[in-house]
Design a protein around this ligand. Structure first.
Ligand SMILES: [Zn+2]
Length: 285
């Protein structure tokens, strides 16, 4: 199957094929990525070839090691996090929640940190890379809601709070200015460094979360990757493991994936219409 043929396939055909796949392997282990949330207005880092289309996100070590990096991070987040707060669930989120309600999903593992799957009604979800709506103290584990921290920082930094810029992925914004006067809100309990409860590049997925995702794989009949290039190893590894277990691995995505060589089924098509078509086929059966 050439890629050109795949792309040319009509949405409705892809939806029917996906429905067949789901009927054949009804205990799906689903992994989702940024593509599922771009319809919700949350920007993406990578293009259809899986390449960076903007500077990569802040690295864990840089965030922890540099006050200036944290000033820049939080000043930009005051603007950019609005994209996540204002995001509405997309048709893709709703279709995946419907598939779970119909009993087809064993586990949904998301690499997104926006909690939109839960808002759409999915219940069996592992937030592999954490939650952007929480912040956690890196010294004492004190946890608070992100919006509460932002409110504190907006009061501390009225000039920054009034700025505007184009939204960027992960609650970031394309804001460039002198960040050296930005006041960062520290842990109210111990004064430690607060960080979004998100796995940054350069950090590892907490073992309990990785094991929860892996446990779901051992009960699953197949893997379905949706809207992810699987470029990040923490997501790719599960597809490699599934392939090793002899499970079919399918992908629905607009672009290439790192796991293309492992895929048994691939639909390069827009997510929402294909998922909605699959749900409607399965409902009418
Ligand atoms: Zn603390």
């Amino acid at each position: 199957m050439t890629q050109a043929v795949e792309i040319a396939k009509s949405v409705s055909q892809a939806g029917e094929e996906l429905a067949d796949f789901i009927q054949r392997y009804p205990k799906l282990w689903v992994i989702t990525g940024a593509g599922v949330s771009t319809d919700s207005g949350i920007p993406d880092y990578r293009d259809a070839d899986g390449q960076w289309k903007r500077p990569p996100p802040v690295q864990h070590g840089d965030f922890m090691g540099s006050f200036a990096v944290r000033q820049r991070y939080w000043a930009r987040a005051l603007v950019g996090f609005k994209a996540m707060r204002e995001a509405q669930v997309s048709g893709a989120h709703k279709a995946l929640a419907a598939l779970e309600a119909m009993g087809f999903i064993e586990l949904l593992v998301t690499q997104n940190v926006d909690r939109l799957h839960q808002r759409a009604g999915s219940k069996r979800v592992v937030d592999l890379h954490g939650r952007a709506d929480l912040v956690k103290c890196m010294s004492c584990d004190y946890t608070m809601m992100r919006h509460a921290m932002h409110s504190e920082m907006a009061v501390m930094n009225p000039r920054f709070a009034a700025l505007d810029a184009r939204y960027a992925p992960d609650g970031d914004a394309d804001l460039e200015t002198d960040f050296s006067t930005f006041k960062v809100f520290d842990c109210p309990r111990c004064g430690g460094i607060l960080k979004p409860d998100v796995v940054y590049y350069g950090d590892v997925v907490p073992p309990a979360r990785r094991l929860a995702a892996q446990a779901g794989l051992s009960n699953a009949g197949a893997v379905l990757a949706v809207g992810t290039s699987l470029m990040v190893f923490s997501g790719y590894r599960f597809c490699r493991d599934a392939h090793g277990l002899g499970l079919p691995v399918a992908s629905l995505s607009l672009g290439v994936t790192r796991a293309d060589a492992l895929l048994t089924h691939q639909w390069r098509a827009p997510l929402t219409p294909v998922l909605e078509q699959a749900v409607s086929c399965l409902q009418s059966d």
